[in-house]
Ligand binder design. Structure first.
Ligand code: FES
Ligand code: MG
Length: 572
């Protein structure tokens, strides 16, 4: 045993006497030989496997491939579970628990004898929660994403998450029977993996690759493809080298890396949820990133990936066209090329030899699919700290629009009122939904692209300006203003809007304005009842008392920053 080992794990496994005995003896019950404790890098595999997170249900097998790579490079892998956030089953929204899961990840890594960590991430929130937690410990860390599902197939057609909404509406209208819907259910999610479009899970997989936190190619390899297992194997070897070379999260997550991630997100047409998660991650590593940066750096970048919901194709197609590496190569003239990634190479070293195999799917920088991309940040008296809109998902005719507010005080009020035939609403109205923000719901659910009034749908209206303090699914679309900050439940002006008030949206001028005098706004705010308290105990109470507003990333205020990896005291 190497008592001189400088490794972190030596403070457990390198010890003599009672403590070392305890630290090693129970590990040996798993069949580990003494040389496993000789000072070689101990690699944690942080696993979000769960049958309640179907997108991550293949992660036990994926972890085995990471282990092969760790052993091959001379490391010692140990797999451990953390809280897994499944997007489809968790109520009221998985977002409520992102910060809780990040605490589990942070403390699990710090408390244990680990020298480096591989994060197995897939479904939407599993990526930011793991990266946030790991960043607050700052060990050498590599992300392995689970990969997207194969494209869904139903009656000879490609289908995906976005068709859930279309098919269920057709079923309600009697155009699609129940049996047909059941058949579609079985064809939509027909393989391992996360959602097959550029929704939030794929957005997060692109984000970690763009940040340099994964090996090249991580973003798009489909979950069932053998190449995904090979990537996991290589990542296992790479983390051992990363430990040996002492490259930490903070060496990767520089200000330049964050700027690169914003540019890549714009080029792939990523989800608006990217904004919240990237801001929260930046907060953990102490990088001064703000909401305006999301606009500044995406404004330079056109849309290069033709993927749903901004375009036509699926993640599987992106992989066959060359994957995110080709997008990165096209963007090299705009990116910070010299930032280092987990494998010790720079962005340009990793990507400058990539070749595109299908220009219908990945466009060159000089012939983009759309000059509109990314996220526009709005300011005005209706969103003093900002709001966001995804222009590529909005209607051109509504980007500059003034209309009368139709106000829903909360989600229940909206459900009860939206299809009322007597509702005073037309296609020029602006729908306002309050109390779906971080504190107000609580947890900031994906309801911002609220359904439109039935009587307008019947007239053939397909889009209206919609404003809320909530989020929208990465697969959603429409002229939808999201993440209004401060939210209604935190004293924001959104909370005092009334039916009939005039609201102006101007995406070109980046403005969101409520046509009321400052005096009128102040007067209404003074008369407003305090926001309801949703929980008097437990995590939800903690969350309500400490969650920050959307423009800061909606992390808990006391989780900002990094506590490092040092633990000085023993357990016995
Ligand atoms: Fe898990 Fe879409 S539901 S990624
Ligand atoms: Mg989602």
């Amino acid at each position: 045993m190497n008592q001189e080992s400088p490794r972190r794990s030596a403070a457990w496994f390198g010890r003599k006497g009672k403590d070392g005995f305890i630290y090693r003896a129970w590990m040996k019950k798993m069949g580990l030989p003494s040389h496993a404790f000789d000072g070689r890098p101990v690699i944690g595999i942080c696993n979000t496997w769960s049958e309640l997170t179907p997108c991550n249900s293949h992660f036990r097998e994926l972890a085995e491939h990471v282990k092969r790579g760790v052993y091959e490079a001379g490391g010692f892998p140990v797999e451990f579970p953390v809280m897994s956030l499944g997007e489809t089953l968790m109520k009221p929204t998985a977002m409520l628990f992102r910060n809780l899961a990040s605490m589990d990840v942070e403390e699990s890594i710090r408390a244990n004898p680990l020298d480096g960590v591989v994060l197995l991430c897939g479904c939407d929130k599993t990526t930011p929660s793991l990266v946030m937690g790991a960043a607050s410990v700052n060990l050498p860390t590599i992300v392995v994403s689970g990969g997207p599902m194969l494209t869904g197939r139903h009656r000879g057609k490609s289908i995906s998450t976005s068709d859930v909404w279309r098919m269920s509406e057709a079923n309600r209208a009697g155009q699609l029977d129940d049996m047909e819907l059941t058949l579609a259910e079985a064809g939509m999610c027909r393989s391992d993996g996360h959602c097959a479009v550029m929704g939030t899970a794929s957005t997060m997989a692109c984000m970690v690759e763009a940040l340099g936190l994964s090996l090249p190619g991580n973003a798009a390899i489909p979950a069932p493809d053998a190449a995904r297992k090979v990537l996991a194997h290589h990542s296992g070897s790479a983390i051992v080298r990363m430990v040996e070379e002492d490259r930490k999260v903070s060496d990767i997550l520089t200000r330049e890396a964050f700027e690169n991630a914003i540019m890549v997100n714009a080029a792939v047409g990523g989800s608006t949820n990217f904004v919240l998660h990237l801001l929260a991650i930046a907060g953990r590593v102490g990088i001064d990133l703000n909401l305006e940066d999301m606009d500044t750096f995406s404004a330079k970048v056109p849309l290069l990936a033709n993927l749903q919901p901004s375009g036509t194709y699926f993640m599987e197609d992106l992989y066959y066209a060359g994957g995110l590496p080709v997008v990165m190569k096209e963007l090299l003239p705009l990116l910070h090329k010299d930032v280092i990634t987990v494998n010790g190479k720079t962005i340009s070293e990793n990507y400058d030899q990539e070749v595109c195999f299908n220009r219908d799917i990945i466009a060159p920088l000089d012939k983009p699919f759309n000059t509109l991309s990314g996220v526009v940040v709005l300011k005005g008296n209706l969103c003093e700290q900002g709001a966001v809109i995804k222009p590529s998902a909005a209607s051109a005719a509504l980007m500059r629009h003034t209309g009368k507010a139709v106000v829903f005080e909360d989600i229940d009020h909206m459900k009860q009122r939206i299809d009322d035939p007597d509702l005073d609403v037309d296609e020029t109205s602006v729908l306002v939904l309050k109390n779906v923000g971080p504190k107000g719901y609580p947890g900031m659910p994906e309801v911002g692209n609220m359904g439109m009034p039935a009587k307008l749908l019947a007239k053939g209206v397909t889009d209206m300006v919609r404003i809320s303090d909530g989020r929208m699914s990465g697969t959603g679309f429409g002229t939808v203003v999201l993440h209004v900050s401060p939210e209604a439940a935190d004293g924001g002006t959104l909370g005092i809007v009334q039916d009939g008030d005039l609201i102006s949206l101007d995406v070109y001028e980046r403005k969101l304005h409520l046509h009321l005098s400052d005096e009128e706004i102040a007067q209404r705010k003074a008369q407003r009842a305090p926001a309801p308290v949703h929980a008097t105990r437990g995590y939800v109470q903690l969350y309500q008392n400490h969650v920050e507003q959307a423009h800061l990333g909606a992390d808990l205020d006391f989780l900002k920053g990094c506590s490092g990896s040092t633990v000085t005291r023993d357990s016995h």
